[in-house]
Design a protein around this ligand. Sequence first.
Ligand code: TRP
Length: 503
Amino acid sequence: MAERDIWGNRTAFVLASIGSAIGLGNLWRFPYVCYEFGGGAFLVAYIVCLVSAGIPLLMLEFALGKQTAQAAPGAFAKIDKRLEWFGWFAVGIGFVICSYYSAIMSYCVNYFYYSFTLAWGDDPAEFFNRHVLDKTGDPEQPWALGSFRWQLFFGLLLTWSLILACVWKGTKTVGKVVWVTVLGPWALLILFVIRGVTLEGAADGLSYYVTPRWSMLWNFSPAPGEIGAHELWLAAISQVFFSLTVGFGVMIAYGSFLDDETCIVKNTWIIGLGDALTAIVGGFAVFGALGHKAHADGVPITEVVESGPGLTFVTYPEIINGLPLPHLFGILFFVMLSLLAIDSAFSLVEALSSSVRDKFGFTHRQANVAVSLAGVIFGLPYMFGSGIHWLDIVDHFMNFCGLSIVVLGTCLIVGWHFPASRMRHFINQRSDGKIDIWWDIRIQLIVPAAILYMLGFEVYVRLENAYGDFGLRSQELVFGWGMLLLIFFASVVLSLARPNLRS
Ligand code: TRP
């Protein structure tokens, strides 16, 4: 086999991984999930999950890639031939995420265009629902398809062309592109935070964000309508994994491009903390804006906007409206958001196409073009008026269920089958910083137990509710689980397909 590409230098590896981690997950998903799951309490759960599960698993993925010199499917196959499908499954979940992720990127591209005229006016929520999405307006039937949004579709095409351009030459370009896509956006982010927290009425939003209602963290028998602790923790842990891009085979592929001298332990901490910091700092801007809006509308902070994937497309325009030179900052902001997102998206394309290359001997270009085309096709459902509704459901199933299954499986396979102690020695050999047996305990016991518990609870609650409330719920359920099953079958088929390696 051809020699693997190696990162041009060590900084390129760190930047590319940070680039994959930092993206819409930090500035789009984190704020709305945090808002939905109780603000401060979620923030606490998020930090706990980051340190006790996210960072150890990120380390594991890098090490697995480095140890096997393979992308995810090959890496799991090296541990045990029968496990190749599991690697495909992880990448498959990542691909589905990538398909709606690029739809959100298309929103960003459209908002970039709207910034020239500040088209959202003084009611960004109304603008988003009516003008951008053209939602059906019938709350009984949020899933009814709605009209095809051509401007979103153009955004999608543009998005995928950009992604393709970025990955065209493999790790060599990736290492360069990320300098711009990671470091640039931070400057603007700081500006947005300053504006967000100084808006009139921001204090209420900020206090919701940083003052936890502690009881939420252990409220395991919630009253109807209340958020249960299992849900809160599941939301936090899946947000951590989503944000770090752990559980999608991406970091395994990036680890496989790693040279021999890079310290895995130290770099994992840099990447993990850099990612979390971006989300947490960005949260100040969003919650400041939410406070401002609550103040202006005279409503409590929990009722300002409909939470969900649309939230940040309301709050950011709100902040932009309050800035001097709003057009300029609007344009800059949405360029920045697209830049942040693009390296996350192409990390998945890299992971998937390097898997295909490793197994079937495709060339770089063939694999990348095939993946991008598939991405456009799978993005089509989100181009309709009801797209964001389905996006929310797919996001839920992929992250709460699919991602948990992958992380659980990874812990069991590497923790017990490989096993963890061997991987720990491997990591320690290659790192200046060392990890101890506590790492094994988390990988083997704590993380799997926590996920099993929360996942079990989630499935149980979903099933319960579906029986009580037929209609939308059961449709969603069939759709969500159907999708997961489909990914599962596709991965089994891919793993059974005969390899066609060019030597
Ligand atoms: N980590 C990315 C972010 O924070 C999101 C992400 C996770 C992602 N998995 C993915 C993006 C798979 C595309 C494909 O934005």
